[in-house]
Design a protein around this ligand. Structure first.
Ligand SMILES: [Zn+2]
Length: 336
């Protein structure tokens, strides 16, 4: 019987090639996620919370699928292709503007970078294997263990494989994850139960998500997000990315930035009075005890956000600030 030799095979949705390159599978993911991004864009009027869920369930799940197999071996160029998809999604979900910093945007949404995401999902799977929660055969792939992992001179649980000089091999799941596991700080892989270990690992790889940032009407939330990220329709923000010839405000002030808009611009005097009158009972202290910079920070990021009891007050602060932004009509140009 003749058996045709092939160089490429799709196995359970993952494209495997004879040269162990992930390029073909990556192209498939990029093509598929770009199509789904256009769907997300068409629904950009939905709330940020809904768009965030759609992204994670519909788009990120395509990237996550089997990423333990192909993800660890990606190089920087390949990772940047997925990062671009994620960046486009993050802009649609948050309503952030052109040339917003990608790391600021990820922190804003509480999303991990592609590299962290792959490492997180892979290390969780690696931990399942080493803690005997998978089929036994796969454990034979683990690297050789150190006899005495607590020896301070070694301080590593796993020895390198003899084959690790081969770059393709050393970037594959087992060698790479064994090394990552040993490199992780002790506190994030400790825990008395598997759930506790997984929670510690999640805390290590995932940025904290601030649910306050999803609060408010679609447009109000979007304008506040843009100011928090430092990229909005204000002239100083536009000037920084080459979209305006001047930093000047229409009122004649030399710099139109967030501070100027909130505290000084005569164009919004009436809205400003309404804003600060409404804040008096929502802050921890009397308003006169805050500096203007502290107040600006509170309006953008909330006050004592670690304290759950402050959440209802922070919601009121955000609502009042978003009303100020909407009524001032300065940032609404060319928005939705
Ligand atoms: Zn002004």
């Amino acid at each position: 019987m003749d058996i045709t030799r092939i160089n490429k095979h799709r196995h359970l949705g993952v494209i495997l090639t004879s040269d162990l390159s992930c390029d073909d599978h990556l192209s498939l993911i990029i093509k598929r996620t770009n199509l789904k991004l256009s769907n997300l864009y068409r629904n950009k009027y939905l709330s940020r919370r809904t768009l965030d869920t759609i992204y994670k369930m519909n788009i990120r799940s395509c990237i996550d699928y089997c990423c333990q197999v192909w993800g660890p071996s990606l190089n920087e160029t390949q990772i940047s292709k997925i990062d671009k998809v994620q960046y486009r999604a993050a802009k649609i979900v948050s309503g952030a503007m052109y040339r917003t910093s990608s790391s600021a945007l990820r922190n804003e949404l509480g999303w991990e970078s592609t590299k962290d995401r792959i490492n997180y999902l892979s290390i969780i799977h690696f931990n399942k294997i080493q803690s005997n929660r998978t089929r036994p055969l796969i454990r034979t792939c683990l690297p050789p263990r150190n006899e005495n992992p607590l020896d301070l001179r070694v301080n590593r649980m796993y020895k390198p494989f003899p084959e690790e000089k081969n770059r393709v091999f050393s970037n594959s799941f087992f060698p790479k994850m064994a090394k990552l596991w040993d490199d992780l700080p002790h506190e994030c892989k400790g825990g008395s139960t598997n759930e506790e270990v997984e929670e510690n690992l999640a805390n290590h790889f995932k940025p904290l998500k601030n649910k306050l940032y999803s609060y408010g009407s679609k447009l109000g939330n979007k304008l506040q997000t843009q100011l928090r990220l430092g990229r909005s329709q204000l002239n100083s923000h536009l000037y920084d990315v080459g979209l305006s010839l001047t930093k000047k405000c229409a009122c004649g002030s030399p710099i139109e930035d967030t501070y100027h808009m909130i505290f000084n611009c005569p164009n919004y005097a009436k809205n400003r009075t309404d804003l600060f009158d409404g804040l008096e009972n929502c802050l921890v202290k009397k308003i006169k005890f805050y500096s203007k910079n502290q107040l600006m920070k509170i309006l953008l990021f909330g006050e004592n956000t670690d304290d759950n009891e402050r959440f209802p007050f922070n919601k009121i602060i955000f609502r009042k600030f978003q009303t100020f932004l909407l009524k001032s009509k300065r940032l609404v140009y060319n928005q939705l």
